[in-house]
Design a protein around this ligand. Structure first.
Ligand SMILES: Cc1ncc(COP(=O)(O)O)c(C=O)c1O
Length: 482
């Protein structure tokens, strides 16, 4: 493809995207395809002869779009907001177009230095002190893995330079809760700690926040038993019920015992753009690492996960490899982001944050977040005021965990009812929510915060919930495929 051909096809694609985004509400929220349907629509082998860009654009509409669950749809209330503001989308397109190679400062000084700039903007915007320095990872999963590698190496005094964890006399222990995201467990396993050395600290039964005294007790028991406590991962806004672990207390304990404290605020980090929400992570300054995802509620197009650390020297010592072909004459003066994480080659992700912050502006983003918080409070109020409906967990931010509990319906019968009404709504394409287990029983998470979701959409959802829950009582639905 020549640049001229690119120009033509690119204009057509941008036009198509603009139409697609503005007409999104007319489409079903959940992908309407069956497993295997998308792959079966493609030839078994790659095309030998070139196909026109128009043809591919047509196939995008007919083959790809039906296989997309529309997370930008205003009636999407599933999982968590995965907003992709159009301003940040432009930044992502710019990143693709510039096609830079991010393996060293020298390979793209602008990528390194803009990343420094936007990470520092975001630090200030979330009220963190200048003790923190940040970088952009693809995901919070990567950030958590990085944090636990740092914890492992600090606790083991650089076992990686000896026999690794296999050579350690005492098992290193990681503490978190059952409410923590699955990526925390995954990171602990991948970092080599082992399932047997992962402690799930007891939680408050209602808020599902870590009980700090239980953490202290568990650490003390582990020390007595000859283990070596290494890290604690606290959740500020868990995925399930937006549980907020008591960070200040946890930080005190982590400091006392010399544990690495990683704060997973993947979803709730966006709320820290609002000064009135920052009490939720009070104590954060005493942590060792923090990660959160602008690619969720804040609306920077995936992938864009911020990670901040206080001890950059330790980070670089763990992550740095310095092959001769990557060295340059300015190494002492510049930041080498390859030494801040796992990959060598890095995308120019800072562009999408820069575009979003510059074109949308901070105030508009803050206003949208406040709108979503108010919408969540409104929905929670409706649910609480309506007989046979329950809000099951504190509404810390924008997620409302609910259940319709008709009199006399308990246990598995209640589960069948919950899955029946939520599945009916999800299958209809009118709205989408995530059912989720809470203490072994199904409930429904209504995660509010898509950029296009207004109060009118939340009101429409509330009507739909009541209608479908009423219908499901009278019409048993097959919930096998939930
Ligand atoms: C609290 C929390 N932590 C971590 C993650 C993982 O995020 P990522 O997809 O960026 O790895 C999520 C995603 O839902 C989350 O909600």
């Amino acid at each position: 493809m020549t640049p001229e051909e690119f120009r033509q096809a690119g204009h057509a694609l941008i036009d198509w995207i603009a139409d697609y985004r503005s007409d999104l509400e007319q489409r079903p929220v959940r992908a309407q395809v069956k497993p295997g349907e998308v792959s079966a629509s493609f030839a078994v082998g790659a095309p030998q002869a070139p196909q026109s860009a128009e043809h591919i654009l047509a196939e995008l509409e007919t083959k790809i779009v039906p296989g997309i669950t529309q997370v930008q749809h205003p009636m999407h209330f599933g999982w968590f907001p995965s907003n992709a503001s159009l301003a940040s989308t432009l930044g992502d397109i710019a990143s693709s177009g510039l096609a830079t190679l991010g393996i060293s400062w020298e390979s793209c000084p602008a990528a390194t230095e803009l990343e420094q700039v936007v990470c520092d903007w975001m630090r200030q915007l979330t009220g963190l002190s200048d003790n923190w320095q940040g970088c952009i990872h693809d995901t919070a999963s990567t950030a958590c893995l990085t944090a636990l590698l740092l914890a492992r190496e600090r606790a083991s005094e650089f076992s990686q330079n000896r026999g690794g964890l296999q050579g350690e006399p005492q098992a290193l222990i990681v503490y978190t809760t059952d409410e923590a995201h699955s990526s925390v467990v995954k990171a602990a396993l991948l970092a080599g700690f082992g399932e047997h050395n992962l402690r799930r600290v007891a939680m408050d039964p209602h808020s599902r926040s870590m009980l700090a005294p239980c953490l202290a007790q568990q650490i003390s028991d582990d020390i007595k038993a000859g283990f070596s406590p290494a890290a604690v991962v606290a959740s500020i806004g868990s995925t399930g019920v937006t549980a907020i672990d008591p960070l200040a207390e946890i930080a005190g304990i982590a400091t006392q015992y010399g544990l690495w404290l990683h704060v997973d605020a993947a979803m709730a980090g966006s709320a820290m753009l609002l000064p009135e929400c920052r009490h939720l992570w009070q104590g954060v300054e005493a942590a060792d690492s923090i990660s959160w995802n602008p690619h969720k509620w804040m609306g920077t197009i995936l992938d864009c996960s911020l990670m901040y650390v206080r001890d950059v020297e330790h980070l670089v010592r763990v992550m740095s490899t310095n092959p001769s072909y990557l060295r340059s004459t300015v190494d002492d003066e510049v930041r080498q982001y390859r030494d801040w994480g796992i990959p060598l080659g890095r995308r120019f992700r800072a562009l999408k944050l820069w575009y979003q912050l510059s074109i949308d502006g901070v105030e508009a983003i803050q206003n949208r977040l406040r709108r979503d918080l108010a919408n969540a409070r409104w929905l929670a109020d409706q649910v609480k005021q309506t007989p046979e409906w329950q809000v099951l967990a504190p509404v810390s931010l924008q997620t409302v965990c609910i259940r319709h509990q008709p009199r006399g319906l308990h246990g598995e019968a209640l589960d069948r009812h919950t899955l029946a009404w939520v599945q009916a709504i999800n299958q209809s394409g009118a709205a989408f929510m995530s059912p989720s287990l809470l203490d072994g029983r199904w409930m429904v998470r209504v995660s509010i915060g898509v950029e296009a979701t207004t109060r009118a959409h939340v009101e429409a959802l509330w009507q739909l919930l009541q209608q479908q829950a009423g219908k499901a009582l009278n019409t048993p639905i097959d919930v096998k495929n939930q």
